[in-house]
Each structure stands twice: as C-alpha cells, then as structure tokens.
Design a protein around this ligand. Sequence first.
Ligand SMILES: [Zn+2]
Length: 269
Amino acid sequence: MTQSDTVMPARAREGRSGLRLYAMTCGWLSCDISLMLGQATGHIKIPVPVYLIEHPKGYALFDTGIHPDCQHDPHGRLGWIADLFDVHFRPGEDIVGRLAALEIDPGRIDYVVSSHLHFDHVGGNALLPNARVVIQAREWDAGRVPELMQANAYDPRDYDLGHSIMQIDGDHDLFGDGSVVLFATYGHTPGHQSLRLKLASGEVVLAGDSCYLRQTLEDLDLPKHAHDRAQMIESLQMLRRLRAAGARIFYGHDPEFWSDVPQAPLPIT
Ligand SMILES: [Zn+2]
C-alpha cells in the first residue's frame, strides 16, 4: 500500500481500475456472550462493522450500521432490544461520519447490500438517500410479515424508507463481472446473505451475522437466538468450504479479528 492510497480523495480515485474494500466501525455493542456463542458465559464487547466496496462501476456498502438516534437515546430507538445491548456509539461514528474519512458524500452510494434487517445492519440506510438496496427476497418478505418482524426484532423505520429495492434469490453478481457476488447464508434470519469479493490478494468473504465470531466457525457453537438453527449450520458449513478453498472470512462481530482489520481510509489489501 502506498501513501497515496491512504489519502487520495474520492474524486482522484474515480475511474481507476480494480476493486477496493474498506472497513469502518460504526459503533460497538456490549452484551451477554451467550447472544454470540450459546455455550459461553460472560460478557463481550463487539464491533459493528460496515464495509465500503469501491468498484469502477460504483460504490456499494455492505450493511450500514446503527441509526444515529442511538447515539443519544438507544432505549427510545430500540425499545426492549436496548435491554440486551449497551450501545457505544458516538457522533461521527455513523456511516456518514465514516464515509467523510474517504471524502465520499453519502448521496453518491449506489448500492446498499443488506445482509439482513437487524438494527445494527440497516440502521444507517436512512442516511443514504440515493442507494438501491440489494437484499434477498426472503429477507425483504420477512420484513413485511408481522409475526416474522416480531420474532426477528425488525423495525421498519430502519428499512421501509422508500429506497429502490432489488430483491434477489440466491447468488447475485453485483457489478456483472464476477468480482462481487452476493450469496444466501440463511439461518440467522429468514433471508440472510453474505458477500464474496475478489481482491488482488485473493477472495474475501464478508460473512455478516451468518458467522459472528471465528469461534463460531471453529466450534459451530450457535448463538442463543437464531431463526433456523439447521439452516445456520448449513451456512456455516458452506463458509468452512470457502475457507478451505482459500477465502479469508470476515466475521460479523468478532472483536479479536476486528483488531487486525485496517480501518478506512486505509484499504484492506
Ligand atoms: Zn449484527
């Protein structure tokens, strides 16, 4: 990585070839660790990751973090969910603040790829007015069925905002050149998805909450709450196969793993 990579403003980066991936921490949550690993005891503080993908054809985000109202009133925004999590989220840590580090106006984001509809993954959608949301049809459908919304703790204020919605079914090649491919990893929620992308250094998989922690993949120790546990195991087996084939897995909320991930404006190489 060169110095120019780290500081080059968005305008200067435009038009260059290749794919770049940036990681951003949009707050932290602390909770009982059994919410992450069903068999474990104690507490854990977890990052809320958001990724920016810069492709010659446009900008895509993988998830958008937490709604900025949680910076001052998490209980008001999240209701009973705020009893499960302590929210550590300060002004400037939302997606708009993080994009500012890359000199990218939020209005220029072309796609928001939503792994699923939980508050810590779609809470920033409200700040991205021009993005097209790309989501598995099963997840979008679940976000409109009252029983599933309640069972999965979905809040339509996070996602029912009038964005253009692209509903997909399984694999989807986002830019049409095989470099960024979304794929179903159902189980955590009805229509959870993950993303594979080809960096110069090899394949990276953004697992989202199909795999919270490295230990989840090692032990297949599922979180206390999951929509469909058998399906979640199948998704984890798929991630294991991708890892065995050489892909680097980026876990959904792993603080130890996250401590080694470069943060924007540094790219992931
Ligand atoms: Zn999450």
